[in-house]
Design a protein around this ligand. Structure first.
Ligand SMILES: [Mg+2]
Length: 456
C-alpha cells in the first residue's frame, strides 16, 4: 500500500492514523478545492528542551504592533463599501466577535469573513467608486508589482478593463511620481463613466474587490511611513507625534538580543526591561529574589553567547509590507537600545547588529515566498523558514515557534514544531490557543523569566 499514490477512503484512514494523533481542519477560501484540509500536527512538547537551535516567530502582533494598522485598514474597507464613513453611522468592528476572525489568517479569509458579516450593507455605487479609486491608486502610486498585476486581473474580471486604455490614465502612467492631486482628478474624471460598468455581484467578486480596497488603504499608510512621515501619521492616529505607530512588542528587543547571544553577562544591565513587563509590582520583589533572577538570566545569556539560536521572522504579509514594517521597528529598537544602560562596547555591538533587519534575521519569510492560498494556518511559510534555517527534521524538537493568533499556532504545529508558544496581545486574547503548548500572556519576558526559554 505504501507505494499506492491513489487510495480509497478506507485505506486512507490507515495512512491517516500513521500521520499523528492530532489534526487541524484548515478551511480554505471559497474558490479553492477542497473546502477544507485535515493536516497532522506535531505532538505538543511541554518538557524542557536540551538546547535551542532556532526561534521561528510571527511579525504582526508578535514582533510588532502593526496588527492595529491592519485591523484599522479592514475597518476602513467596510466603511467605504457600505458608505458608513463616520462612527455615528457605524461604531466599527466588534473587538470580541470580529477580531478573532480578522487576525492571523490570510487576507482573503479575513475579507471573506467581513463580507459574510457586513456584506448585506454594501451600497453598490460606494463599492464601485471605492474600487475604482483603490485600483487607480495601486496602479499609479502603489509600489508593489504583484499587487498591480492582481489589480489589473481583477479590473478585467470586474468589467473595468477599458480604464486601462483610457488616455488620461495612460498619460499618468508615464509619470514617475503621481501626486494625490493628479490621482484625484483622474478618479473624478473616470468614476461616473465606470461606476455603472462595475459588475462585482458574486461573493467572490465582492471579496476580490474588497481585498484590493483593503490593500490600498494599508499600503497608503505604509507608503507614508516609508517616505518618513511616521510622525505626521502618529499625530493623526495616536494624537501624539512622538508616539510610535509601529513598535516592537514588549520584550522583543531584549529577547532577540538574548537568544542571538549578543548580551553575554551584560544582560544584568537590561534585566529591568524584563522585570517591569512581567511582574505586576516589581518594587515588591525582595533583594534575594532579584539576585536569584539575575544569576539565572546571566547563566542563560552566557549559554546563548556560546550557542546562539537562529531566528526567522515568518509573516503572512507580503514582502513589500513586511520590509517597511521591520525597517521601522528596527529603527525604534535602535532608539530603545540607545537608552539601555550598557557598557559602551556592548552597546556599539548591539546597535550594529540591529542596524538592518535583513542582516539580523537568519531567515525572513513573507507571503511573497508562497501564495495567498497557502498562508497560515497552512504550514508552508514555517516549513520554508525551517528549511532556510537549515534545521533538520530531527532537530525540530529544539525549535520554539511564537505566534499571537490561533491560525499562526496551528501553522507552527503543522510545520512540525511541537514547542509552540502563544503570545497573545490585547486583540488576540480571545483566540483559541488549543494548538499551543504554552500561552504566555505576559509575552516574551514571561518566556525568559518564568520558563528559562524552555531550556533545562
Ligand atoms: Mg500575528
Amino acid at each position: 500500500m505504501a507505494n499506492n499514490k491513489i487510495v480509497k477512503s478506507k485505506e486512507s484512514n490507515i495512512l491517516f492514523n500513521k500521520l499523528g494523533k492530532e489534526f487541524a481542519a484548515i478551511y480554505n477560501p471559497e474558490f479553492i478545492f477542497p473546502g477544507y484540509e485535515l493536516v497532522p500536527l506535531a505532538p505538543i512538547i511541554k518538557a524542557p528542551i536540551k538546547g535551542l537551535k532556532a526561534v521561528v516567530m510571527d511579525m504582526d502582533g508578535t514582533t510588532t504592533t502593526t496588527e492595529e494598522l491592519c485591523t484599522h485598514s479592514l475597518e476602513i474597507m467596510v466603511r467605504k463599501i457600505t458608505g458608513r464613513l463616520s462612527s455615528s453611522q457605524w461604531t466599527g468592528l466588534d473587538h470580541e466577535k470580529d477580531y478573532p476572525n480578522i487576525i492571523g489568517n490570510s487576507t482573503t479569509k479575513h475579507v471573506e469573513y467581513l463580507i459574510k458579516k457586513y456584506g448585506s450593507g454594501i451600497v453598490k455605487e460606494e463599492l464601485a467608486n471605492s474600487y475604482i479609486y483603490a485600483a487607480l491608486w495601486t496602479l499609479l502610486i502603489g509600489q508593489d508589482d504583484s499587487r498591480k498585476a492582481e489589480v489589473r486581473t481583477n479590473m478585467i474580471n470586474l468589467g473595468l478593463k477599458d480604464v486601462l486604455t483610457e488616455k488620461k490614465y495612460l498619460a499618468l502612467q508615464n509619470i514617475s511620481q503621481v501626486s494625490s492631486k493628479e490621482l484625484n482628478s483622474l478618479f473624478k474624471a473616470l468614476r461616473s463613466k465606470y461606476s455603472t460598468l462595475f459588475k462585482g455581484v458574486t461573493f467572490n467578486d465582492l471579496v476580490k474587490a474588497s481585498i484590493d480596497i483593503y490593500y490600498q488603504k494599508y499600503h497608503e499608510i505604509l507608503f507614508q511611513i516609508d517616505k518618513g512621515e511616521s510622525k505626521k501619521l502618529a499625530a493623526q492616529f495616536l494624537g501624539d507625534k512622538n508616539k510610535h505607530l509601529i513598535e516592537p512588542m514588549t520584550g522583543v528587543p531584549v529577547f532577540l538580543a538574548l537568544i542571538k547571544g549578543l548580551l553575554g553577562a551584560d544582560v544584568k544591565f537590561v534585566i529591568n526591561e524584563l522585570i517591569n513587563s512581567f511582574y505586576d509590582n516589581p518594587a515588591a520583589i525582595s533583594g534575594s529574589e532579584l539576585k536569584r533572577i539575575e544569576k539565572s538570566i546571566i547563566k542563560l545569556s552566557l549559554n546563548f553567547e556560546k550557542k546562539p539560536a537562529k531566528v526567522a521572522v515568518v509573516t503572512s504579509s507580503i514582502h513589500y509590507e513586511a520590509n517597511i514594517v521591520l525597517k521601522e521597528v528596527f529603527k525604534v529598537i535602535h532608539e530603545e537600545i540607545e537608552k539601555w544602560n550598557l557598557p559602551a562596547e556592548r552597546k556599539t555591538k548591539l546597535l550594529e547588529h540591529f542596524s538592518d533587519h535583513n542582516r539580523f534575521y537568519n531567515a525572513f519569510i513573507t507571503a511573497s515566498d508562497s501564495n495567498e492560498i497557502r498562508l497560515k494556518p497552512h504550514r508552508d511559510l514555517y516549513s520554508i523558514a525551517l528549511h532556510q534555517l537549515a534545521i533538520p527534521k530531527n532537530d525540530f524538537n529544539q525549535v520554539i515557534g511564537l505566534e499571537d493568533s490561533e491560525s499562526g499556532t496551528i501553522a507552527i504545529r503543522a510545520a512540525g514544531v511541537g514547542l509552540c508558544v502563544a503570545v497573545p496581545f490585547i486583540k488576540t486574547t480571545g483566540h483559541n490557543f488549543e494548538a499551543a503548548a504554552y500561552v504566555a500572556n505576559k509575552g516574551l519576558s514571561e518566556i525568559i523569566l518564568k520558563h528559562n526559554c524552555f531550556l533545562k
